[in-house]
Design a protein around this ligand. Structure first.
Ligand code: MLT
Length: 245
């Protein structure tokens, strides 16, 4: 197995697909997706365009849907939810489909949507991702960070490092053997440095600071936890993720 890390959708190759792609947006889209599916949501359907989201979700029974829209970290007016995983309680989401559009995370998922296996990864469900890789042994794995509007994001790279670090440990493979590119080695180095203070790292991240300005302290705390949800969000049809567990 070879792991490749791409820091943003823009840096991800367009001329090939891996056997398995993992889209990561720790703050907060993939953390929210994992939370919704762990709480009993029927599925999460992702959109880059808010109007398209409205058009498709209108065809869904209103009692079976929730609509979430986020831009710049804030909730979009007219949507029931923004992008806080903490709003996605079992009471609210159970049996319902979440239709969601966010600034960057949904774009990362769309960038890799043609891969045979597409997963949504975050720190909170890191171990479920690692277990899948150990079991399926895909030959090529891309971890695609969402970044922020085309730029590197610390939180996505540290999550890539957390996945790779755990995979290397559990499969007794050295990071060198696992690495498909240099970004993978640097992601492991970042995780190794911050693994005992992931919340501290999220406070240094530019999007972490943006969310703190929006009073989302609790979201940062929640998203900085590792392995708290045993859920594997996997693309079921283009743009629709369901729980594999
Ligand atoms: C995104 O997709 O850019 C993020 O999930 C933004 C957010 O924190 O809501």
């Amino acid at each position: 197995m070879k792991l490749f890390v791409y820091h943003t959708p823009e840096l991800t190759p367009t001329n090939e697909v891996p056997d398995c792609a993992i889209a990561v947006d720790v703050l907060r889209a993939t953390s929210t997706i994992a939370t919704v599916l762990a709480a009993g949501g029927e599925a999460v359907q992702v959109f880059s365009d808010l109007n398209k989201l409205m058009e498709v979700s209108e065809q869904w029974p209103s009692e079976k849907r929730l609509r979430a829209g986020e831009r710049g970290g804030a909730k979009v007016a007219g949507f029931e939810l923004g992008n806080s995983p903490l709003d996605c309680t079992p009471e609210l989401v159970e049996g319902r489909r979440l239709f969601i559009s966010t600034t960057n995370g949904t774009r990362a998922l769309q960038r890799v949507q043609n891969s045979p296996a597409v997963l949504a990864g975050a720190l909170i469900n890191r171990d479920a991702i690692v277990q899948f890789l150990l079991e399926k042994q895909p030959a090529t794995v891309w971890i695609v960070g969402s970044g922020w509007e085309g730029s590197f994001a610390l939180e996505d790279t540290v999550c890539a490092g957390a996945i790779a670090h755990s995979l290397a440990e559990k499969s007794h493979i050295t990071p060198d053997e696992l690495a498909g590119n240099d970004e993978l080695i640097s992601a492991i180095a970042l995780y190794s440095q911050w693994q005992d203070n992931l919340l501290g790292l999220l406070h240094h991240a530019s999007h972490g600071k943006r969310l703190l300005r929006l009073d989302c302290h609790e979201d940062l705390k929640y998203c900085s936890q590792t392995d708290i949800l045993d859920v594997l969000p996997m693309q079921h049809e283009i743009g629709v993720l369901k729980s594999k567990n």
